[in-house]
Design a protein around this ligand. Sequence first.
Ligand code: HEM
Length: 185
Amino acid sequence: MTGVQGSIGVLQGSIGVHGFAGWLEATSASDAIKSASWVIPLLQSIHILTIGIVFISFLMIVLRVLGVMRTDEPVDAVWTRFAPWMWSGLVVMAATGITLVVGEPEREFGTVSFWLKMLLVAIGVTGTALYGRSLRSAAAGASTVFPVSAKAASVLMVILWIAVIFLGRAIAYDKQVWGALSPHA
Ligand code: HEM
């Protein structure tokens, strides 16, 4: 066991992750999710489909800020058009994701990818809310051209959401992706 693996194990042990995962795995809710073979594939399919809605809605807003698309529209109108799809998509992703966790807690909690993803999702949601607020307060007219700082922030947010997507997929390949860092190693 490597030093890093050891510290992840100690951290998980101290916050009782394995105990909690074991308790969750034994609940009737977890049994119900696991009992029907179509539930988890259906949840994963809805989760994957909703990535498209969330990511493309956010991208449409970013492409306005970067001056690539909808440059004749005020950013407020573009935000009002796409943000509801993004936020409701995130609610669906949280609901399907949490249900997947209840169904397979050991599978999820026992990976580096899941915890890193949850950290980036928290940063992503907070960052996107602050990003939206600052865009709309900064931009008055239809033809607003955004400063380099706003464009850089937009690209960073897109990279963050792509990292979340990668980490979501990496949960199933934690050992291959993180090698000795993975608790599964
Ligand atoms: C609170 C929010 C979320 C939770 C609790 C969550 C949880 C999960 C869980 C448990 C899985 C199954 C992993 C597995 O067992 O293989 C998963 C898969 C995945 N998640 Fe999330 N997720 C959340 C939000 C997101 C968001 C916002 C994105 C992207 C924008 C995302 C992208 C993915 C991807 C790409 C997969 C892999 C799907 C597959 O191919 O099977 N997730 N997520």
